[in-house]
Design a protein around this ligand. Structure first.
Ligand SMILES: CC(C)(COP(=O)(O)OP(=O)(O)OC[C@H]1O[C@@H](n2cnc3c(N)ncnc32)[C@H](O)[C@@H]1OP(=O)(O)O)[C@@H](O)C(=O)NCCC(=O)NCCS
Length: 332
C-alpha cells in the first residue's frame, strides 16, 4: 500500500475534526468535499456562511457536510476572545486586539478552536505564507509537553529505491528551524523519530547527517552534530539513532559497513536529520526533482496539537493528503 493510502486508512480509523480556515479558496472547498466523501475527517470552515456557500457553488464543491463557523454570529466567540487575551496578555496583547484577531484573521480563530478542543488540528497555507500559518500555532497552541521546539519534516517517497524503508524516508528539518544548535538538533531528531513511528507504524532508524562520518573530517559544523548525537543518546537511549554520518554512509549498507563497521544505524537509516535548514531544504528539493520522489510536507512536529502548512502552489489533492496526515497526528 502507498504511503498516502496507509495514512488515509489510519485517518479513517479514528475520525478527527480539522479546521480549514482559507474557506473561500476553491482548492479548500474541493478538498473539503473530498475529505468528507472519503471519510478522512470532519471539517470546520471559517467565514461568512453565504459567501462560503456561494464560493462552493462556483467551484462545484459539495460542502454540505462541513461545519461553518462565522465569527460574526459564533456564540462562543467572546469566550474564545477572553481565553486568547488571557493567553497573550503578558506578551502585550490587549482585549481589543484579541477581538480584532479572532474576528478578522481566520488563522487565529482556527488555532483558538484547536486550543479549546473544538477541533483537533488545522491545515492552511494555500493562501497565507508559512510564517503567517505557523506563528499563531506557536503563539496559541504551543509545543507539546516535554518538547522545547516546533520543527518540521517531509516524508519522501522515492520510486524504485532499495534504501530507507523501500524508498520511504523522513527528512528533517527542511522547512522551519533555520540554524539549530546541537540541543535543538537533538530535539528535531527525537521529534522526527516519533513522527516516523506514528505515521509509518515502523521502527525509526535515525541518522544525523554531516559532511563527515565518525570524525573523518574536523570542523565546528561536525562538532555540532557530534554533540547533538551525544545529547540525543542521553535523552532517548532507547532510540536507534547515531551520527555523524555522510549521506551515503547513512543509507547505503555497503558504504555504512565500510565507513562505520558494526554500526546498526549506518546503511540502514530511514530518518535523515540535516544539520541546518539550508542543507535540509536543498536535499528534499533535489530528491524531489532529480529522483522524481513524492514529497509530503512540510509537516510540523512538536506542537501540542497539529497545525500544518501548505505550499501556496498546492492542489486540492495535496490539501486532502495533508488533512489526512494532520488527522493521524491528532490521534497521537
Ligand atoms: C516559523 C517562523 C515564522 C517564526 O518566526 P517569527 O514569526 O519571526 O516568530 P517569532 O520568532 O517572533 O516567534 C513567534 C512565537 O513563536 C515562538 N516560536 C518561534 N519559533 C519556534 C519554534 N521553532 N518552536 C516553538 N516556538 C517557536 C516564539 O517563541 C514566539 O512565541 P511568543 O510570542 O509566545 O514569545 C520562523 O521560524 C520562520 O520564518 N522559519 C522559516 C520558515 C520558512 O520560511 N521556511 C521556508 C522553507 S519551507
Amino acid at each position: 500500500m502507498s504511503f498516502l493510502a496507509t495514512v488515509k486508512q489510519r485517518a479513517k480509523a479514528q475520525i478527527k475534526t480539522i479546521v480549514l480556515p482559507e474557506s473561500l479558496d476553491p482548492r479548500t472547498l474541493k478538498a473539503t468535499q473530498q475529505v468528507l466523501a472519503e471519510g478522512l475527517a470532519k471539517v470546520i470552515l471559517i467565514g461568512n456562511k453565504t459567501a462560503i456557500e456561494a464560493a462552493a457553488k462556483e467551484s462545484a464543491a459539495d460542502i454540505s457536510g462541513a461545519t461553518i463557523i462565522d465569527p460574526a454570529s459564533y456564540n462562543e466567540l467572546n469566550t474564545l476572545i477572553a481565553k486568547f487575551y488571557e493567553l497573550r496578555k503578558d506578551k502585550g496583547l490587549t482585549e481589543e486586539q484579541a477581538g480584532k484577531f479572532l474576528n478578522e484573521n481566520p488563522l487565529y480563530l482556527g488555532c483558538m478552536l484547536v486550543k479549546d478542543d473544538k477541533a483537533d488540528g488545522m491545515v492552511a497555507g494555500a493562501v497565507y505564507s508559512t510564517p503567517d500559518v505557523l506563528r499563531p500555532a506557536m503563539q496559541i497552541i504551543k509545543t507539546a509537553p516535554g518538547v522545547s521546539m516546533v520543527s518540521s519534516f517531509f516524508v519522501m517517497v522515492v520510486p524504485s529505491c532499495e534504501y530507507g524503508s523501500n524508498g520511504v524516508f523522513l527528512f528533517s528539518d527542511c522547512g522551519l528551524v533555520q540554524n539549530p544548535d546541537a540541543a535543538q538538533l537533538a530535539t528535531i531528531a527525537e521529534s522526527s523519530a516519533k513522527s516516523y513511528k506514528s505515521l509509518m507504524g515502523e521502527e525509526p532508524v535515525v541518522a544525523l547527517l554531516s559532511h563527515s562520518t565518525k570524525c573523518s573530517a574536523r570542523h565546528a559544523d561536525v562538532d555540532k552534530v557530534i554533540e547533538a548525537v551525544r545529547i540525543l543518546k542521553e535523552r532517548a537511549p532507547h532510540l536507534k539513532a547515531d551520527g555523524e554520518f555522510q549521506l551515503d554512509a547513512a543509507i547505503v549498507p555497503s558504504i555504512g559497513a565500510a565507513k562505520a563497521p558494526g554500526n546498526e544505524v549506518a546503511g540502514n537509516a530511514n530518518v535523515l536529520i540535516f544539520p541546518d535548514l539550508d542543507s535540509g531544504n536543498i536535499a528534499y528539493k533535489l530528491v524531489e526533482r532529480l529522483a522524481k520522489a513524492d514529497a509530503y510536507g512540510p509537516v510540523t512536529q512538536g506542537i501540542a496539537k497539529p497545525v500544518n502548512d501548505l505550499s501556496r502552489g498546492c492542489t486540492a489533492e495535496d490539501l486532502v493528503g495533508v488533512v489526512a496526515i494532520t488527522a493521524v497526528q491528532a490521534q497521537q
